[in-house]
Ligand binder design. Structure first.
Ligand code: FES
Length: 167
């Protein structure tokens, strides 16, 4: 009798710990998924002087979770969050385009849609030039352009970084 009660209590306790562990894992996973979406919204982040923003590549501004690049003299400030499901989209130096490692969306150097499941191009931050520095406003985001917009004429430079990750 005593043994049966103890076993029942043990099983109930084990189940409770099991559910608690699953709950903690769920919260942890949700946080990891949502964190890129939440970003540092609302903060203003100082980047670099406009003349230091590259015209043939991108400059990562980690504190803003984004990138700076240029079209002619115009600075473009991009969010690194993929419009598909929120993964960080890295810039692939060999291909000269952004390539999302999660599901393969591809964007040109200024974040315009080229391929994959993303519904649009990469979102853009507003920015201002303050004391000679580009200041990104992560609280002011405009949605990326619809597929079909390609304002720069930059062909793919070379091998995709996605090919490397698959092999
Ligand atoms: S999150 Fe980037 S393609 Fe799905």
């Amino acid at each position: 009798m005593v043994t049966r009660t103890s076993r029942r209590e043990f099983l109930v306790t084990a189940w409770r710990w099991g559910f608690a562990a699953v709950g903690v894992a769920g919260v942890w996973t949700s946080w990891e998924l949502l964190r890129p979406l939440l970003g540092d919204a609302g903060t203003k982040v100082r980047g670099v002087a406009p003349q230091l923003v590259p015209t043939e590549g991108v400059l990562e501004v980690a504190a803003a979770r984004g990138y700076l690049t240029k079209v002619g003299d115009e600075v473009v400030a991009l969010s690194w969050r993929c419009p598909h499901l929120g993964c960080k989209v890295p810039f692939c130096e060999s291909s000269g385009q952004f390539e999302c490692p999660c599901h393969g969306s591809v964007f040109n150097r200024v974040g315009e849609y080229r391929a994959g499941p993303s519904p649009r191009g990469m979102d853009r931050y507003a920015y201002e030039i303050s004391d000679g520095i580009v200041v990104l406003d992560t609280g002011s985001v405009s949605l990326g352009a619809a597929p079909g917009s390609e304002t720069i004429n930059e062909p793919v430079r070379g091998p995709s970084c996605l090919d490397e990750t698959e092999s």
